[in-house]
Design a protein around this ligand. Structure first.
Ligand SMILES: N#Cc1ccc(CCNc2nc3cc4nc(N)[nH]c(=O)c4cc3[nH]2)cc1
Length: 372
């Protein structure tokens, strides 16, 4: 009996409100997944991540297989016990990170061999080994191994990578061996070509997955290209399974993705931007490095539900950022993650109430008016 199930609770246009039930707890969708690349959401305690409203976080096969190693994490009880996050974890399969981080990569039909960007050691990732690693990590939602290419690209190249990814999807599903206590998601490829995207979605549906990710985006294309691809591909995906847009994004990307039928998102942006002094608020993003804040006694947002947006002056946050104090990274990571959760929670409520269009318009108006 499958222990990871999706329930579609409400729709408003293309937007969906749902819930994924897992053995480790529920995931309310649309959901934003904070990224815990190497077994930690940088600068955050796990309980703080939960307090921002996150139901699930993301781990990376590539980073964890290199350090500390999948077998070591398994011998220590799996990733949840290792990092003491007892709620759901989704792990990416490693393909994207190999192509963006590793050295001396060699891609064949079998898989990809590469040298670690950390110590130069040799490694191999195949669909079978990626499933094995994610199972050793005891991840709740695991991803097929795929090949993601950067855009723009030649159609032949997009077609080659898409067809390889479907063959790897088949091998991933076989290696997954119908495990009941975790979900396996397929990943749609095909670049910015509607016909290739349609063939990829059809191929994955015929194999059958617990959820469908839209990959191959947030790889350098303009936002309007990403949105056009979503307009074309989400209608091809099953309505009774979650849809996950990988690596996305900034708040306006996420709002647009939800309006186009996406249920799950992940991105390093809120935490990385926080470490670089950028704070996301209801009125848009503010660069606290800027000297204009050095005498500003106002809090970031005195009406925010997040105490950290009311507690300190902008001058103090500016000071922390300019002096590169560790507290700056901690506070801004929390502020940004809390804002992303506020945004997705607002969408869930708006979809439930049938007022997603109004909510989206109000949100964009606040971003545009931003007196930051
Ligand atoms: N700060 C910051 C920041 C850094 C990088 C990015 C781009 C992330 N984009 C992205 N992640 C992805 C992961 C992916 N994983 C897999 N397995 N397949 C993908 O096609 C894929 C596509 C992705 N696209 C976005 C924001």
């Amino acid at each position: 009996m499958k222990q990871v199930t999706f329930s579609l609770l409400a729709t408003d246009g293309m937007a969906r409100h749902g819930r994924i039930d897992t053995p480790r707890g529920e995931i309310n969708t649309p959901a934003f997944m904070p990224v815990g690349t190497a077994g930690t959401v940088k600068a955050m305690y796990p309980e703080q991540v939960r307090e921002t409203g996150a139901d699930i976080l993301l781990g990376n096969t590539y980073h964890l297989m290199l350090r500390p190693g999948a077998e070591r994490v398994a011998s220590l009880g799996g990733l949840h016990d290792f990092m003491d996050w007892q709620r759901p974890i989704l792990t990416d399969s490693g393909g994207f990170q190999v192509m963006s981080l590793a050295k001396l990569r060699k891609l064949t039909e079998k898989g990809v061999t590469f040298k670690s960007h950390i110590d130069g050691s040799s490694h191999e990732l195949t669909p079978e080994r990626s499933i094995e690693i994610q199972t050793l990590l005891d991840s709740d939602i695991i991803m097929q191994l795929d090949e993601c290419i950067a855009l723009p690209a030649e159609r032949k190249e997009m077609e080659r990578a898409m067809e390889l990814s479907i063959r790897w999807a088949d091998r991933s599903k076989a290696a997954f061996d119908n495990q009941q206590n975790r979900a396996l998601f397929g990943i749609v490829q095909g670049g910015d070509d509607a016909e290739l995207r349609g063939r990829s979605a059809a191929g994955l549906k015929s194999i059958g997955f617990d959820g469908y990710a839209v990959g191959g985006l947030a790889v350098g294309e303009p936002q309007e290209v990403m949105f056009r691809v979503l307009n074309e591909v989400t209608p091809e995906l099953p309505t009774d399974r979650p849809r996950y847009l990988m690596g996305v994004g900034k708040p306006d990307d996420i709002l647009g993705g939800i309006e186009r039928g996406i249920d799950m998102f992940d991105c390093v942006h809120p935490t990385r931007a926080g470490r670089h002094g950028h704070a996301y608020t209801r009125f848009g993003v503010i660069n606290l490095k800027n000297a204009r804040h050095k005498d500003d006694h106002r809090p970031l947002d005195e009406a925010s539900p997040n105490p950290n947006c009311r507690r300190w002056s902008r001058a103090y946050l500016h000071h922390l950022v300019r002096t590169e104090e560790i507290l700056g990274a901690m506070v801004l990571s929390q502020i940004n993650l809390a804002y992303y959760q506020e945004l997705t929670a607002g969408c869930r409520a708006a979809i439930e109430a049938g007022r997603m269009n109004d909510f989206a318009a109000e949100t964009r108006a606040a971003w545009a008016a931003g007196d930051l």
